[in-house]
Design a protein around this ligand. Sequence first.
Ligand SMILES: [Cu+2]
Length: 153
Amino acid sequence: MRKLIFSAAGILLLTGAFLFSACTESKADQSPVEITVYKSPSCGCCKGWVKHLSSNKFDVTVKPMNDVSPMKIQNGIDRSLWSCHTALVDGYVIEGHVPAADIRRLLKERPAIAGLSVPGMVIGSPGMDGPNPRRFNTVAFTKEGSTSVFARH
Ligand SMILES: [Cu+2]
């Protein structure tokens, strides 16, 4: 009987500890992230992506520029990875409609890459709402130009 009470108490403690860690983790996942987005003032889907970031607790600074390509070239983004907007976050380059969760994972894991891209303009990626959403990959790229799949969506 005594053993039973002890194990019941143990389970309660474990559950409590689990709930506590789950709470603190989700809190950490929502900590504000400062990001600077370079985009054309007339780009609507870029605005949609900024909204997606803001609603995921990103602290967004928007730098409007009519032509964002100099930013892409300056940051070594290969043309095959180009999209509409370009962003800089904590030493990494973010190109296109990359989901906020991927950026949070990037900053947590801090892999030795230059940044992430969702090349092109994929319907179904954050900020690119529309009929017939498509599956897409978030691509990691290095300064040397090699790419790999970072996440599948
Ligand atoms: Cu776009």
